[in-house]
Design a protein around this ligand. Sequence first.
Ligand SMILES: CC(=O)N[C@H](C=O)[C@@H](O)[C@H](O)[C@H](O)COP(=O)(O)O
Length: 244
Amino acid sequence: MTRSPFPDAPRPSRLNALRGTLIVSVQADDGSPLRDVTHIVALSRAALLGGAAGLRLRSGEDIRAVRAVTDVPVIGLTKRAQPGSPVYITATPGEVQEVARAGADIVAFDGTDLPRPFPVADLVRAAHGAGALAMADISTLGEARAAYAAGADIVGTTMSGYTPHSPQQPGPDFALMRALHAAGLPFIAEGRLNTPALAAQALATGALAVVVGSAITRPDHVTRWFAAALRPDPAQAARAGETS
Ligand SMILES: CC(=O)N[C@H](C=O)[C@@H](O)[C@H](O)[C@H](O)COP(=O)(O)O
């Protein structure tokens, strides 16, 4: 039914439509009972009902199905293992085209320094050739600079904590956000923004927009956080065992 709200606008103004907003990532993991397109559409509609201004979706099938029920901006990606490379987010020009043709306004792809099948510039070219914006998911300031030099329209902090050369931490990488802002590089904040306060903090560091996924659309993850919080501290449990 509907198409992108900004198919013909120049690229910077298309991104402006997302300024200051919440984008909800609706991606069920492989093996999740929610990994079914009807559930993805229902979760997306619930997110829109709650005030999401954009969606981040995985796979052409999901994008096509959600595009049929909404015209909000969509960031699209694929997640596929690549032979001989740890990169899995939209790693080839063919995957970029697949996502753009399904109706994504912005194509997100791995923009890290990990060994990769295609250079970032090839993915940018494929996105632009298909009429979409190019979003590089990065894990460091250096990767962001390289992605912009390769023509990316925007970078996301998505991959911080998921490359061996970025900080491994349980919370969001606010240091990276501050560094991007200080360098004058526009960015979308993404990754472990698991509470409204953290999302607001990310926006306050200068993010163009904020992507939240697991805390909204992965109830299995959220349940695990609660279950872990209720589990007794093993050391304390052992001490209690000695005295009883
Ligand atoms: C590292 C990676 O593959 N991130 C993926 C990228 O699309 C998704 O699995 C995340 O859910 C998304 O980035 C949002 O992050 P969080 O779920 O932490 O709010």
